[in-house]
Design a protein around this ligand. Structure first.
Ligand code: KG4
Ligand code: ZN
Length: 388
């Protein structure tokens, strides 16, 4: 459905339920975050060491109404003040997505307001655009020659490189020029952390502990990925090899007993902070963690900078849960400065899954009157943009 809107104060309610966070946010005009509420299910899934889809759906059902109410209260508005409802349509867990979509549909129908479908990956990109509208990376109303921007979306489920640009009517187009052929970078972080007996999710644990280790102690290598013959110029990733290399290292170095002890101690202290676990790790373990992180960040950085050069990117956007990583931010900033490219990250709160990014991504669609049809459903495998 497409329609033309006039007037209104630009208040969009965003709803996100694609994985393990139930989130609602109110964003005005695509840039002012009036409320951003996230109910995390981390504690629930931690006991299983990963997201359990059925439990995630049930938790979304339980949390969605209170989270939306909290967002409206925080924004100081009522349902009637909203101009549109935006919701994640995919990619993600089918049941989890459905909870948000059915609620958003019913709400939009009841309020007689437009419903806007947002791709979760586009949401991550707009988390940066939302916050950088006032900074040096051109995000809205910028002259065409400032594009394309190169966006790295790196999270527990995704590792993608997109060339992104705004069209004349303000809506964005994306071209995928890189993706992981196996594990996502965040998934590798989480699996290696689990293997080393650390807490869940593993990314923040590895991030904090890497600071205590020697990043040169274990040499890890990333081979080049052979593109399909019909593929254009691509900058793909692979993270399953380094995960196996860590496993082999742990086995050959006889680290099993130390890992079991650490896992038991961390499990017995549920509130433990990642940095407190440094005392539970010997120098070899800390070196392994630092070496893993240095190699993963180095690989993300190398592929991104190569793609930026090859496609003449005018700026970099880095988003998704792994974009919260301290070393990643430092090294991307330094390298981008060397290359004379502006680089932008979301604030830490908007790096991981949230609904402000969904409401922000919906804004150009709202202005263009790009609304969802009543038949809209969950799209667990949804892709973003074109490939090539
Ligand atoms: O974007 P997100 O909340 O959910 C997905 O869409 O996947 O990302 C979660 C991922 C997890 O794999 C988590 O371990 C990782 O982001 N992560 C980090 C850090 N904080 C979260 N990885 C590395 N360093 C961090 N500081
Ligand atoms: Zn995400």
């Amino acid at each position: 459905m497409r329609g033309k809107l006039e007037g209104g104060s630009g208040l969009i309610l965003g709803i996100e339920s694609s994985c393990d966070e139930t989130a609602a946010a109110v964003v005005q005009g695509g840039k002012a975050v009036l409320a951003n509420v996230v109910a995390s299910q981390i504690a629930l899934h931690a006991q299983y060491g990963g997201v359990v889809p059925e439990l995630a759906s049930r938790e979304h059902l339980r949390n969605l109404v209170p989270v939306v109410r909290a967002a409206l209260a925080e924004a100081g508005i009522g349902f009637g003040d909203l101009d549109a409802v935006a919701v994640t349509e995919g990619p993600g867990l089918a049941g989890a997505l459905l909870v948000g979509i059915l609620y958003a549909k019913a709400l939009a129908f009841g309020l007689d307001k437009p419903l806007i479908a947002v791709n979760h990956l586009e949401g991550h990109i707009h988390a940066v655009l939302l916050e950088s509208r006032a900074s040096d990376v051109r995000a809205s109303g910028a002259p065409a020659e400032e594009y394309p921007l190169l966006a790295l979306v790196v999270s527990g489920g995704h590792t993608h490189l997109y060339l992104a640009e705004a069209s004349a009517v303000g809506t964005w187009t994306y071209r995928n020029v890189g993706r992981t052929v196996d594990d996502a970078a965040g998934e590798a972080y989480d699996k290696v952390a689990k293997l080393l007996g650390l807490g869940y999710p593993g990314g923040p644990w590895m991030d904090r502990l890497a600071a205590f280790g020697d990043p040169g102690s274990v040499p890890f290598h990333f081979g080049s990925i052979k593109p399909r013959q019909d593929a254009g110029l691509r900058f793909d990733f692979s993270f399953s090899g380094i995960k196996t290399a860590v496993l082999r290292y742990v086995q050959t170095q006889g680290m099993a007993a130390g890992i079991a002890g650490r896992r038991a101690t961390i499990e017995a202290h549920p509130g433990m902070k990642p940095e407190q676990a440094a005392e539970l790790c010997d120098a070899q373990t800390l070196g392994l963690i630092a070496s893993f992180q240095s190699a993963v960040v180095g690989n993300l950085l190398r592929q991104t900078m190569r793609a930026a050069e090859a496609f003449g990117a005018r700026g970099l956007l880095v988003s998704g849960g792994v974009a919260a990583n301290g070393e990643l931010r430092r090294r991307f900033r330094a390298e981008a400065e060397r290359a004379g490219l502006p680089v932008a990250f979301p604030s830490l709160a908007l790096s991981t899954d949230n609904a402000a990014m969904i409401a922000a991504a919906a804004w150009p669609k709202y202005l263009a009157g790009e609304f969802a049809a009543e038949t809209m459903g969950a799209q667990p495998q949804l892709r973003l943009g074109s490939v090539g």
